[in-house]
Design a protein. Structure first.
Lengths: 231, 260
């Protein structure tokens, strides 16, 4: 516990520095997009937040699989924590996309394949979180959660490939393109802004995850104390 | 400025939500720790990372001021462009259309040949629109030379006829050598010696460069680029696109409460 507190002492301020730098690069330094104008600046939030959400759900996947295999509460706490933060990030990504969509596409929402699959991802993990609250027996909730967490994660490859498989309104990637390096495709100032914001999101993510895991561990100790009188 | 509203909304929601979540997490953790220590009778522990969430709120303030500064800079550039440039049309016209253009670019010439005469007849001459020209000289030294020469023509009050001459001849190779630029002016009856001296001195080099930079700052990435009462339009688009933008701007001026 002391170690994670120390870790957060570094992670927190570092995240703040990167968030401030990210704002500067995204809102001041980067040029506006040739076609989308200033609205494109929302991408410096949109891409880092969804990539961090993917990472989070990957952690859910790993934690859930480990829990099903070894039944260590530690793994379940990690998966549960990552699911909570990942859900928040997914919801924020959808909000950002929607706010970007209004001036660019002219609509707040459309039933595009990628958008719909992302909404499904959000719903799966809202379901996950509800399951964790509604099932009172902790270990049964953990097993059910682990199964939903693994299934939910499988939606992510679908989301990623959706822009290739279907004719979507959502544009295909500019950074993770199979045929071109990012620096040949995107203005360097835009790439810097994106990278700095991505680091900011990652740092903040691990700060929040550390906080959330510690909360889970503390609750687990309380539960054990109440059940067996030991921690 | 319209797009900035959306940008600010998105950044506001995201950083506020994350700050609130972080604050909430820390409160939940504190409560759990209190419960644990009351159960086990141990010493209380405090979360060491105070201030991070307050910091996040400070970040919000910073974002607000950055956006404001950026918007301010745009306002300044627009202010300059409205104040200081060759204008055609009546000063009291309700709509201002700014063209950011390069005499060498073929799409700018296409706009000049096909679209501008129509706009001139039905919008500019009728007092609905005043049209301002600024340099976005991006195609190398002949572009900047032509832009500078046009400033020399403006000195003698013949910017628009000279502008027409440049676009008329701009398609030919080597149309904008120094000699040709001087020759075009001669046809317009300028004071030749003053004009030639002005061209040779290169005294408008900095102005052309500064305007080109401003154009890029406003988000122009290609020539020609236009601002119709601040709304961005790019390329030698079909006439209907310009007419639609102008009609919309007229409507917005007439009916300021009505939003698009």
């Amino acid at each position: 516990m002391a170690r994670s507190g120390k870790r957060r002492k570094i992670l927190g301020p570092l995240a703040l520095v990167f968030i401030v730098a990210g704002l500067y690069f995204a809102l001041v330094k980067a040029p506006p997009d040739a076609l989308q104008g200033d609205a494109q600046r929302i991408m410096y939030l949109h891409i880092p937040s969804i990539l961090t959400a993917y990472l989070s759900f990957f952690i859910v996947f790993v934690g859930s699989a480990l829990y099903l295999w070894k039944r260590e509460p530690r793994d379940d706490i990690l998966a549960h924590s990552a699911a909570e933060i990942g859900t928040l990030l997914t919801a924020l990504t959808i909000v950002e996309g929607s706010i970007w969509g209004k001036p660019t596409w002219g609509v707040w929402w459309t039933w595009d394949a990628r958008l719909t699959l992302t909404a499904i991802l959000l719903l799966i993990f809202i379901g996950y979180l509800m399951l964790r609250v509604l099932i009172e027996d902790e270990s049964r909730a953990a097993v059910a959660g682990a199964v939903v967490g693994i299934i939910g994660f499988l939606d992510i490859p679908l989301i990623h490939m959706s822009v290739y498989w279907w004719r979507t309104l959502h544009q295909p990637p500019s950074i993770l393109r199979p045929d071109k390096a990012p620096w040949d495709n995107v203005h360097p100032a835009m790439l810097t802004a994106l990278a700095v914001n991505f680091v900011a999101f990652l740092l903040l993510y691990f700060y929040l995850l550390s906080l959330r895991v510690e909360l889970g561990e503390t609750r687990e100790k309380i539960r054990r104390l109440k059940l067996y009188g030991e921690s | 400025v319209g797009a900035w509203r959306f940008v600010f909304l998105a950044y506001g929601i995201v950083w506020c939500a994350l700050a609130l979540y972080a604050l909430g997490l820390r409160r939940r953790l504190r409560k759990a720790e209190e419960e644990l220590s009351s159960l086990s009778g141990g010493a209380q522990k405090r979360d060491p990372s105070r201030g991070v969430t307050t910091g996040l709120l400070l970040v919000m303030l910073f974002a607000a001021s950055a956006v404001a500064a950026r918007a301010n800079q745009r306002e300044e550039i627009f202010g300059y462009m409205l104040r200081d440039g060759p204008v055609r049309g009546q000063a009291a016209a309700p709509i201002t259309m700014i063209e950011l253009s390069d005499f060498q670019c073929s799409f700018c010439r296409k706009f000049w040949r096909e679209t501008l005469p129509v706009l001139d007849k039905s919008y500019i001459k009728t007092g609905k629109v005043k049209f301002v020209y600024h340099h976005f000289a991006v195609l190398g030294k002949f572009s900047t030379a032509a832009a500078q020469a046009s400033e020399c023509a403006a000195e003698q009050g013949v910017f628009w006829p000279y502008h027409d001459k440049l676009f008329l001849n701009g398609g030919a190779p080597f149309a904008f050598t120094r000699e040709r630029l001087k020759a075009y002016a001669q046809d317009l009856g300028v004071k030749t010696r003053d004009f030639n001296a002005c061209v040779d001195s290169g005294k408008y080099g900095q102005k052309v460069e500064a305007e080109t930079e401003m154009a890029a700052h406003l988000g122009a990435r290609g020539t020609p680029a236009f601002f119709v009462n601040g709304a961005f339009l790019v390329g030698a688009q079909p006439l209907q696109v310009f007419e639609k933008a102008l009609q919309e701007a007229l409507l917005a001026v007439k009916n300021p409460a009505g939003r698009r």
